[in-house]
Design a protein around this ligand. Sequence first.
Ligand SMILES: [Zn+2]
Ligand SMILES: [Zn+2]
Length: 253
Amino acid sequence: MPFSEEPRSYDETAKRTGAEYFKFTPEYRTVGRILNPQARTVWKHFIQQANNGRGFSAVCPNTGPGMNVCPVEASTADLPKDDPERRASYAKRKFLVNILDRTPYTECNSCHGQTPGKVNAGSRNKQCVNCGADLKGHDFKPLNRVKILEQGPRLFNEQLNAIEAMQQEELGKDITEYDITFTTQGVGRDRTITALPQDPKPLEDDAFIDPETGEEQQLWDLDLLSEPATIEEITLMLQGATVEQINKVKGVI
Ligand SMILES: [Zn+2]
Ligand SMILES: [Zn+2]
């Protein structure tokens, strides 16, 4: 196994930020190697009030049929079943896997930041996402960072399942044996993601080495990521709490 077998700790998982999630953006294509053959299913709420109004998602604590402890769903339980507000309060199905972010990055000669190449309709060259400088002549290498891929059925059921079946049938290859390129168009509700498999290829020997520490990167613990949020956490999120504030209440250091 190329990555460290010990998964990331509870504290590290609790302190994850948005940067640990595999990104989809219309600015550039992202490339990833899925690392778990089986995705985990979770039911989540996006709580808009959380994180000072920037929003954060939480696994619904109603984990079985007939359970009604979740404050998000309890807040609309008096409304008729087909009421839009009540329906919007239901948890949504998400799928989780570890993914190695293989998006090509380079160091920008102008700002010296790490950057993927932004595609610009007006120019043939790619541009730095940080400072906008032209990246002509730059060498790009895969970022190779272990991240969390969390998306809904549109990506997993309609695209990734189809890719997996096709590659298995035509080439006898598992979904972990090739990179997938994701092209994103639009934002918000209008966003569409198109996934395209690349030729099967083993990862480079050093693909999991963290350039900063020289150690093998660990996978995210899918069990920890699927743990239901507590009532206390969700109540705090509904009051606008940040992840740091919630972690403090939970004693995460
Ligand atoms: Zn819920
Ligand atoms: Zn730059």
